[in-house]
Design a binder for this molecule. Structure first.
Ligand code: GNR
Ligand code: NI
Length: 167
């Protein structure tokens, strides 16, 4: 297992569209294990491969209280969406920024597990938010892109300033 460095917004690599995994092999299983370790260590409730500069359609999620329910989704596809919810979101690639985003309340997602078996999951609440947030990453979209242009430029300016201070 290994901890992977997480890309920080605004990094152009966060806007690459990830490609489908064509075979769930040991390389993908190692990526899932490393991403899970990186997510738990951060700590976060989800991580998309895009955030660790691997542009393959792989996400890990664990929204459980005791961090005991790891979900790995390979080639996730949102088949159905329903309703609306507003959640204050954060992102490991946008540290220190928390903003309300409107998303679907419920989603049905189909994906492959690390054994290569297909499964379908119905999710609502925070899990549904997290699935949508992570699938956005795979499509090159960071949550701040759901906010107004003004908020986006303020966030960019703040993070650039912070990067100068910590450099
Ligand atoms: O750790 C995370 N918390 C979170 C809170 C509200 C909505 C979405 C998230 S996902 C985030 C981890 C992350 O950046 N995943 O891409
Ligand atoms: Ni994120």
């Amino acid at each position: 297992m290994a901890l992977l460095p997480i890309l920080r917004y605004p990094d152009p690599r966060l806007h690459k569209k990830a490609t489908e995994v064509d075979a769930v092999d040991d390389g993908i299983r190692k990526l899932v294990a490393d991403m899970a370790e990186t997510m738990y260590e951060a700590p976060g409730i989800g991580l998309a491969a895009t955030q660790v500069d691997v542009h393959k359609r792989v996400i890990v999620i664990d929204v459980s209280e005791d961090k005991s329910k790891l979900l790995a989704l390979i080639n996730p596809e949102i088949l159905e969406r329903d309703g609306e919810q507003v959640c204050e979101e954060g992102c490991l690639s946008v540290p220190g920024v928390y903003e309300k985003v409107v998303r679907s309340e419920r989603v049905t997602v189909r994906a492959f597990d690390p054994q290569g078996a297909p499964f379908t999951l119905e999710a609502d609440g925070l899990l549904a938010v997290c699935i949508q947030h992570e699938v956005d990453h795979l499509d090159g979209k960071v949550f701040v892109e759901h906010l107004s242009r003004l908020k986006q430029s303020r966030i960019k300016a703040r993070l650039a300033k912070q990067a100068r201070i910590t450099a």
